[in-house]
Design a protein around this ligand. Structure first.
Ligand SMILES: Nc1nc2c(ncn2[C@@H]2O[C@H](COP(=O)(O)OP(=O)(O)OP(=O)(O)O)[C@@H](O)[C@H]2O)c(=O)[nH]1
Ligand SMILES: [Mg+2]
Length: 357
């Protein structure tokens, strides 16, 4: 998507003894992120350690192994699952002689390619600037040696700034600019919502089917794709649930595990939409092996944002169960549906209506 010539990457996952990660899921998600950013994953490396190595993050033996792996597979990029600080990025990329980024930079790169509105672009730029500040030297070295690759592109294909003073000034300016936009949007929101008590926000982990559900309920054509962060900006649609009941349905950016705080700060204004909602539809990809953790991530983020509206948990994609899914007795706060097969949608509508009265 972003690269003219497809980058070839080795992914690296380090698990520390104190953390218990679900390696398969973590790996799968990182590969999905890479694919979404237009990168081909050509190799992988895993290490379990007590703590990060002070120079290379991974051990001396492992860095040798990584160098070999990169050479053998003709890789021009290494992506770490773990968050890397500047000196480590420099040490590793100098040793390997390829561009090195971490998962957060990969996510930023996807965001940069997606942002369309002024507000979206500003948010991405702010997140990038804040994230790059403690990593400047490494990023500009990387940039000069290996070209402005994945993780270093601003929205609209602009090259990211690497001068500290300019960046600090830009952070200031853009924060002010964003504040203005947000206050303008808040005024707009009040007009847009017209004092409605029927504001329903669709939230959930990325790729769970939020936009698909909005499309189905509102008969709209919002961008739906089997990739992470297909939606980066919120969309609001008037929707009728039958019996003359009108709601305002809001599609939101997807959540993902381990988002650095710079992102949450920067995207706060977009995510704020769920704070103003009267009801939240928490869409879950029930067919995903890791759906329970994905739910936890979403609920934690909602808590951080201060969203307190009642939640209906919408377990989606039940069509993916081959043996024919037996609908469990849905309690009054959850429901099992398939957007694709349009299973149980009328019941969902009734449930929404019952919660809004
Ligand atoms: N099998 C199946 N696939 C579904 C269902 N609902 C959505 N999908 C697919 O899941 C993928 C993601 O759907 P989206 O609607 O873009 O998901 P989203 O939650 O908006 O994703 P982001 O905007 O990336 O956070 C698409 O390929 C959809 O076609 C469903 O009920 N069953
Ligand atoms: Mg979406």
């Amino acid at each position: 998507m972003l690269e003219k010539k497809k980058r070839r990457a080795i992914i690296v996952i380090v698990e520390f003894n104190k953390d218990k990660i679900q390696l398969g899921e973590v790996k799968q998600e990182l590969i999905s992120l890479a694919t979404t950013a237009g990168v081909e994953v050509v190799g992988e490396l895993y290490q379990k350690r007590e703590s990060p190595d002070s120079k290379f993050f991974i051990g001396q033996g492992k860095i040798e192994e990584l160098k070999k792996l990169a050479e053998e597979n003709n890789a021009d990029l290494v992506i770490f699952e773990n968050e890397l600080l500047g000196s480590k990025i420099s040490n590793i990329s100098n040793y390997l002689e390829v561009n090195v980024i971490d998962r957060s930079m990969l996510i930023l790169d996807i965001f940069a390619g997606r942002a369309k509105s002024n507000e979206g672009k500003l948010q991405v730029q702010l997140a990038q600037l804040k994230y790059s500040l403690p990593r400047l030297r490494a990023l500009s070295e990387n940039n000069n040696k290996y070209g402005a690759g994945v993780g270093m592109r601003g929205p609209g294909e602009t090259k990211l700034e690497t001068n500290k003073r300019i960046i600090e000034k830009e952070i200031q300016n853009k924060t002010v600019e964003l504040k203005k936009l947000v206050s303008h949007r808040n005024t707009n929101r009040q007009q847009r919502m017209g004092g409605s008590k029927n504001i329903v926000a669709i939230v959930g982990y990325t790729n769970s089917g939020k936009s698909s559900l909005l499309n189905l309920l509102s008969k709209e054509e919002i961008y739906v794709k089997d990739e992470l962060f297909a939606t980066l900006e919120t969309t609001t649609r008037k929707t009728w649930l039958g019996d003359g009941k009108e709601i305002l349905l809001i599609d939101t950016v997807g959540f993902i595990n381990n988002l650095p705080h710079e992102f949450i700060e920067a995207f706060g204004s977009t995510l704020e939409e769920c704070v103003y909602a009267n009801l939240l539809l928490h869409v879950v990809d029930f067919s995903h092996p890791n759906y329970k953790n994905q739910m936890k991530t979403t609920l934690n983020l909602l808590k951080k944002l201060g969203a307190t509206a009642p939640i209906i948990t919408v377990y989606n994609k039940i069509d993916k169960f081959k043996t024919g899914f037996v609908l469990e007795d849905s309690d009054k706060d959850s429901i099992y549906i398939s957007v694709i097969k349009q299973t149980n949608i009328e019941n969902l509508k009734s449930l929404i209506k019952s919660k809004l009265n």
